[in-house]
Ligand binder design. Structure first.
Ligand code: OAD
Length: 234
C-alpha cells in the first residue's frame, strides 16, 4: 500500500442511495437553477425559497442510508491506518452518508446539510429539521441569521489548507463519482499528480478530467468501489 492516500468523492457515490446528482440528465441542476438557489445573492434576495430547497434536501437524508461504496471506504480507512498510512477522505457531498457509514478522517469541503450557521455570530449548529428565517440562534439568540452550512457558488470551500497539505504529499489520489467540473475540487487530481501521486478515477462514465488520471475505472459505485477496495486491502 502507498502511504498517503487522499480520496475525493462526489454525488455519484450517493446516487445509488437515492440521492440525486447535480449534472446527470435528471440531476438537481437540470431541474433547478443554481443561480436562484445556491449563491449568497439568492439567499439575500429570497431566503424563504433557498431554505425551502435545502429543507427538502435535508428531509431526504432521514430516509437515506449509506451504500456498499460508502461502507467499503470505511473498511479501506481502517486497513490503511492499521498499516501505518495516512488517509483523508474529502467529500464534496453535503449529505451525511460517509458519516453514517462510519468514516472518521473525513472533511466536507462543500459543507453539510445537517448543520446551520449563524451569520450574526458564526456559530455552527446541528440542523436536523427545517431552517426558517425567524429561527433564533441558540448561541447569540438573534433571529434571522441562520443559513444552511453549505458552500455556495462564489464562496470559499472549507478545509482547503488541510486538503492541499495532504495533496502535496500524496502517494495515491482517487476520485469517485464526481464529474470534475467544479473547482477547486476538479483540480485536485492535477495537484496530486504534480506531487508524484498515482491517480485513479472511479466513475460511471469518463469525465473531462479523465485524461489526467493514470487509471480510469467506469461502473456503478456500489460495484466498482468495493471491487477496488478488495484489491487494495486483499
Ligand atoms: P455531478 O452531478 O457533477 O457529477 C456526478 C458524477 O457521478 C457524474 O460524472 C456521473 O456520471 C457520476 N455517477 C452518477 N451515478 C453514478 C454511480 N451510480 N456510480 C458512479 N458514478 C456515478 O456531481 P459532483 O461532481 O459531486 O457543489 O458536483 C460537484 C459540485 O457541484 C457539488 O458538490 C455541488 C455542485 O454544484 C455545491 O453545491 C457547492
Amino acid at each position: 500500500m502507498s502511504s498517503n492516500l487522499v480520496i475525493l468523492t462526489g454525488a455519484g457515490i450517493s446516487a445509488e442511495s437515492g440521492l440525486g446528482t447535480f449534472r446527470d440528465p435528471d440531476g438537481l441542476w437540470a431541474r433547478f437553477d443554481w443561480r436562484e438557489l445556491a449563491t449568497p445573492e439568492a439567499f439575500a434576495a429570497k431566503p424563504e425559497e433557498v431554505h425551502a430547497f435545502y429543507n427538502a434536501r435535508r428531509a431526504g437524508l432521514k430516509t437515506s442510508t449509506p451504500n456498499a461504496a460508502h461502507h467499503a471506504l470505511v473498511e479501506l480507512e481502517k486497513a490503511w491506518i492499521a498499516r501505518g498510512g495516512e488517509f483523508l477522505l474529502v467529500t464534496q457531498n453535503v449529505d451525511d452518508l460517509h458519516d453514517k457509514a462510519g468514516s472518521e478522517r473525513l472533511v466536507h469541503m462543500h459543507g453539510e446539510l445537517s448543520k446551520m450557521r449563524c451569520e450574526h455570530c458564526g456559530y455552527v449548529h446541528d440542523a436536523f429539521d427545517e431552517i426558517t428565517t425567524d429561527l433564533p440562534c441558540l448561541n447569540c439568540r438573534r433571529a434571522g441569521g441562520l443559513r444552511p452550512h453549505i458552500v455556495w457558488f462564489g464562496e470559499m470551500p472549507m478545509e482547503m489548507d488541510l486538503i492541499f497539505d495532504q495533496l502535496g504529499s500524496c502517494d495515491l489520489f482517487v476520485a469517485i463519482g464526481t464529474s470534475g467540473t467544479v473547482y477547486p475540487a476538479a483540480g485536485f487530481s492535477q495537484v496530486a499528480k504534480e506531487a508524484g501521486a498515482r491517480c485513479i478515477e472511479i466513475n460511471l462514465e469518463t469525465t473531462d478530467t479523465s485524461p489526467v488520471f493514470d487509471e480510469v475505472r467506469n461502473g456503478q459505485a456500489t460495484q466498482s468501489v468495493p471491487a477496488w477496495v478488495a484489491e487494495m486491502v486483499g
